[in-house]
Structure formats: C-alpha cells, structure tokens
Design a protein around this ligand. Structure first.
Ligand SMILES: O=C(O)CCC(=O)C(=O)O
Ligand SMILES: [Fe+2]
Length: 243
C-alpha cells in the first residue's frame, strides 16, 4: 500500500536552513532534486493508476486534473500538511515575501501514443512561481523524454502585461525553433534525465522549460504541482479571460 512515509518524513525533517538551501540551489543551478522522495510502493500504486488512465484514454496522451486524481495517492500528497508547507516555506524563505495560501494547479501528465510529439519540445514559462515535478513513469529504453530547462531567465513581473509579452516571445514558432536547435547542444540549456520517485523543484515562472519526446509505444508520466500565480489579482488577466 502506498503510504507516502518517505515523503512525509523527509518533509517534516526539513529545517528552515534546509529550505533556504533548496531555494539557493534552485537560484544557482535552476533545479533542486530530492532523490527517493517516493517509495517503490508509492510508485507502483501511482503507476497502476497511470496505466488505468491510459487504458481509458485509448492509449493516447492524457492530462488528469486534480478532481480526477482521487485514489492515486497524488491527491493525498497534495492534501498533506507537510507537502503544502514545503511550498509556502520555499516561497517565504526563497522569495522573502509572504506566501499566498496553498492552492495547487495539479496535473498528472501521461504522454504516450502518436500525440507525444505534439506535447513535447514546447518551451514555455509556467504561470506559477514554484513548480514541483515528480516523475512516475519514465521509459527505460528508447527515448527517455529528458527534462530541459534554461533556468531563471526572467524575474517575477510586476505587471501581467509584461508577463504576457514574455510568453508571446517564447510561444512563437521562430523562438521554438531556435530553442529546439539549441536543445541538442546549447550551453545554457540544462538536460535532466528524470528518475521516477525523485522530487524536482524549480522556479517554473522564471524558467523556460519543456520535455523531450518519448517513443510512441512508451509511457512518460509526470506529476506536477504548480503554486502561486503572481498575477492572480490582475484586472487585465480577468478581462482577457485567462486562467
Ligand atoms: O512533464 C514535464 O516534464 C514538464 C511539464 C510542464 O512543464 C508543465 O506541465 O508545465
Ligand atoms: Fe511547465
């Protein structure tokens, strides 16, 4: 049975100094990794959940949202006080600002089938300050679907309009092409071979990132927890109907 014991014990042993260390590591390296965050039992439970979701989805890419994750154990993780506190502590200590309430934009991304390429190498900034990523399933042969990140290329924009401008620049076809070319050897692009059960943390809002594709017959599943939208109260954002 999945119990999240490893995760909870690691989380509850974190001192403020440890959290500060995590923040400074993300500042310096772009990404922090806590190895073995999930136990093998947790992982195998989540993998069964992923396999069932892919089966139901007709062996195509599926993205499950928070309300579709009941029974996956990822719901228990998102609801656990220890996990939630990691985000508010990392925000307060890392950004030296008071942390907003913890509401996750939570996704379980399961890539497989012909649609893999459409969902890969799409470089982007997240809308949320902190991104936590836990790989659940990573192919052991063929293309691994490495995570790619150009860390900390922008600050937290004071204004939603500037944020939109950044996103438009990254979103266009030319920029995507340049980034894809650079992905194979660019110095600033960091490649991370993801290990299932590890917890990865990065400043999703500040960093351009994406994943490489996997083979059509393979499965790459990642659990994502996004926290703290700096533009949650933006009038312009509301008018534009952006989420
Ligand atoms: O699955 C991944 O490796 C990254 C996904 C991602 O960046 C996102 O969903 O915002
Ligand atoms: Fe992202």
């Amino acid at each position: 049975m999945s119990s999240l014991v490893n995760a909870k014990s690691w989380l509850s042993n974190l001192s403020d100094g440890d959290v500060e260390g995590i923040a400074r590591r993300i500042d310096a390296e772009g990404i922090y990794c806590a190895p073995g965050f999930l136990s093998n039992d947790d992982l195998s439970h989540m993998r069964d959940f992923v396999a069932a979701a892919i089966e139901r989805g007709g062996h195509q890419t599926v993205s499950l949202k928070r309300d579709e994750l009941a029974g996956s154990s990822l719901d228990d993780l998102a609801n656990s006080a220890e996990f939630r506190q990691l985000f508010s502590r990392l925000y307060t200590i890392g950004l030296r600002r008071p942390a907003p309430d913890v509401h996750f934009y939570q996704i379980l991304r399961c890539l497989t089938g012909k649609s893999v390429s459409r969902h890969s190498l799409m470089f982007h900034y997240d809308s949320y300050v902190i991104t936590a990523l836990i790989p659940v399933e990573i192919p052991v042969e063929g293309k691994r679907g490495d995570f790619l990140i150009i860390p900390n290329t922008r600050g937290i924009r004071s204004n939603y309009l500037f944020n939109l401008a950044d996103k438009v620049i990254v979103d266009n076809a030319l920029t995507q092409r340049i980034l894809r070319t650079r992905a194979s050897g660019g110095k600033r692009i960091k490649r991370v071979a993801m290990v299932p059960g590890n917890l990865y943390l990065f400043w999703g809002y500040r960093s351009i990132h994406t994943n490489e594709p996997v083979d059509e017959g393979a499965v790459r599943a990642t659990a994502l927890f996004h926290y703290a939208d700096p533009h949650a109260d933006s009038y312009l954002k509301r008018q534009l109907g952006r989420s």
